[in-house]
Design a protein around this ligand. Structure first.
Ligand code: ZN
Ligand code: ZN
Length: 380
């Protein structure tokens, strides 16, 4: 239980209802930043918050926020929409200089591609052997998951069903039929390069027979046609960190398609869709809640029940008089913030008036009003 300490505050329900923190401030970039600058900045920040390297509790949340911001700033349409939304809001402050960079000639690099670069950089997955020229990295997979507002605030675990390329159980990933194995390609003698002599010229061509692998399968596995992987259903457990925001993207390393012939697996990217709550609203880092009061509760005080982000309810003591529009801030009772710490739970008191009045109620209100006037005029 906590005491309702009422503060009469101006009712400034923020008119800038940006669902998430501004992508520019998330990445610490100027509005005029070029795609190259966005990319460079993302590299620096992602290395700092990469969950493989940063064991801080909030790192995965911060990483998800960064990935979403990067996605927004590298997507010309989404960036233009963001600039337009913020231009209206900050026009008075003169923060917006207008004009966004030209994307025409810039190559967009997906965050998943970035992560792949990092994993190579950090030597992750090095347990996978890949000197073999037949090995190929598995593709990344993107999917999405819907979670409730409270699940986002508390963090949750979700099982996701996907069809993914996985190591073929028939050949255990060798690609060869049982009892057989790969053999050296006779055409290129295992070099992968086919030499063609034309007069005095000798030309090297990629070997057609073994597709430059240098080895061939005379008897490919029937289960996977020698590919070593097969599409199969798989359940993946995804840990959604507390404080995740709508449209943030989580990465599950190595949970994408399996690589071929010993290549490392791709990653799984899960975009989180947070469903709205019927009472809680997220604004920036705080959660706002309307608390309707009856005339009696507002004038005389009392106790009301309010829902909490923990999914339970609490008794809140209302101290009289509670002005409609007043707010109470419950510090640290909001969701975790990507930057660390927790946001607040902000209560907005509303006056709930009856839809109709009986004759008796009308009489009493009139009498009440008369008394208020008398009191006002007789006051010294
Ligand atoms: Zn097989
Ligand atoms: Zn060959």
């Amino acid at each position: 239980m906590f005491l309702g300490r009422l503060r009469c505050a101006a009712l400034f329900r923020s008119s800038v209802c940006l669902a998430a923190r501004d992508a520019y401030s998330v990445m610490g970039l100027e509005r005029s930043a070029s795609p190259q600058e966005v990319k460079a900045r993302f590299r620096v920040l992602a290395k700092q918050y990469h969950p493989d390297l940063n064991t801080d509790r909030n790192a995965s949340l911060k990483m998800a926020e960064l990935t979403s911001a990067y996605d927004t700033l590298m997507d010309p349409k989404r960036r233009a929409a963001l600039d337009q939304a913020t231009a209206g809001a900050s026009a008075g402050a003169g923060g917006y200089t207008g004009g966004f960079p030209n994307f025409e000639n810039d190559e967009w690099v997906s965050p998943s591609q970035m992560f792949s670069e990092f994993s190579d950089l950090f030597g992750r997955n090095s347990q996978f052997r890949q000197p073999d020229s037949t090995a190929a990295r598995g593709e990344d997979v993107s999917t999405n998951v819907e979670i409730s507002f409270l699940e986002a605030a508390q963090g949750c675990e979700k099982m996701i069903s996907l069809r993914l390329k996985q190591t073929c159980p028939d050949c255990r990933g060798s690609g060869a039929r049982e009892g057989t194995t790969w053999s050296k390609c006779r055409v290129c003698k295992g070099t992968g390069v086919q030499r063609k002599e034309q007069g005095i010229l000798s030309m090297g061509m990629p070997c057609q027979r073994c597709r430059s692998r240098g080895v061939v399968l005379d008897h490919p596995c029937r289960g996977c046609n020698g590919e070593s992987t097969r599409m199969m259903p798989r359940e993946i457990r995804v840990n959604v960190p507390a404080g995740v925001r709508n449209l943030m993207e989580l990465r599950v390393p190595g949970a994408g398609h399996a690589g071929c012939h010993g290549g490392k697996a791709g990653h799984l990217f899960v975009q989180v869709k947070v469903l709205p709550h019927e009472r809680f609203r997220l604004l920036e880092n705080d959660v706002h809640l309307d608390v309707p009061l009856t005339l009696r509760e507002a004038l005389l005080g009392g106790e009301v029940s309010i829902p909490t982000l923990e999914g339970s309810s609490e008794r809140l003591v209302i101290q009289a008089p509670a002005q409609p529009g007043a707010t109470t801030v419950l510090r640290g009772r909001g969701p975790p913030r990507p930057a660390g710490g927790r946001g607040n739970l902000v209560l907005h008191f509303l006056l709930q008036l009856p839809r109709s009045l009986s004759n008796r109620q009308v009489e009493l209100i009139e009498e009440f009003d008369d008394l208020s006037r008398t009191k006002a005029t007789s006051a010294p």
